[in-house]
Design a protein around this ligand. Structure first.
Ligand code: ZN
Length: 258
């Protein structure tokens, strides 16, 4: 069996291909807690010191420090929404988790339970918004939270290899990318390359920024569901859910749009 811990030491093309192998897919989708002892024994057989140390550490890790589990897509979404409730109530708990342990446990392997596609806007700090820490969310950010083919590729990797259970496409209040598309202003450089991705939402919702932002999140979520055979397949098997959401920069609250 290929050594999972050695195969993910860097992000080279070879490494990605290895990580995408069917064998690792099965490994990535296996419950952390259930498989840690089995992996320990496998690694013991292959005698990899670093791997042994990493898995040995996991044996003593509280469940809360392990991101992925057998969560259903609905439960994964609920975990995010619960985190957002703690964030808006100013009672976050993620800071209580030991970052040294989290770093140690995720050094060789990540198993985020959720993916988020959000805008690059500095007022949308995704981990803070959902009160999560290292190794928990596979965050993809691009101005306007648009599902370009590169973003789809990234989210497919998160879902099929890392085993994310839910993808949240999150627009936000006061989004500059949405406003710029509505205004269709001349802009320097390649900024206007974002416009065609957002224009369908403006066509649909009109010139109200909030309405266009919400329409855009729903359109991008729909694109993910339809244009990716990987994501569509996982949804069909009830292993993944894609939802659109809106982040209110004033209240810090996240609202599901569908
Ligand atoms: Zn934005």
């Amino acid at each position: 069996m290929a050594n999972l811990f050695e195969s993910r030491k860097d992000s080279s093309g070879d490494d990605l291909r290895q990580a995408c192998s069917a064998e690792n897919k099965i490994e990535a989708q296996t419950s952390n807690q259930d498989s840690s002892r089995r992996r320990f024994l496998q690694l013991a057989a292959t005698g990899t010191a670093a791997g042994l140390a990493a898995v040995a550490g996991m044996e003593f890790t509280p469940a809360t420090a392990l991101a992925q589990s057998n969560l259903s897509p609905d439960a994964a979404l609920q975990q995010l929404l619960d985190g957002n409730r703690r964030f808006t109530a100013d009672r976050p708990t993620s800071f209580e988790q030991d970052l040294a342990i989290l770093k140690q446990n995720t050094m060789e392997k990540q198993e985020p339970f959720a993916a988020v596609l959000s805008c690059a806007d500095s007022r949308v700090p995704v981990e803070l918004v959902f009160d999560q820490s290292i190794g928990h969310i596979f965050v993809n950010r691009l101005a306007g939270n648009v599902a370009t083919s590169e973003i789809i590729a990234s989210l497919e990797y998160g879902a099929i290899v890392l085993g994310t259970k839910v993808i949240v496409v999150m627009g936000h209040g006061n989004c500059g990318a949405i406003k710029a598309t509505i205004q269709a202003k001349e802009v320097p450089g390649q900024i206007s390359a974002l416009y065609p991705h957002i224009q369908p939402a403006v066509d649909q919702a009109g010139s109200d920024p909030e309405a266009a932002t919400k329409a855009n999140a729903k359109i991008q979520a729909g694109l993910l569901r339809k244009s990716s055979t990987v994501i569509a397949g996982l949804i069909k098997e009830s292993k993944l859910k894609v939802v659109a959401a809106y982040y209110d920069v004033a209240s810090g609250g996240v609202t599901l749009l569908e």
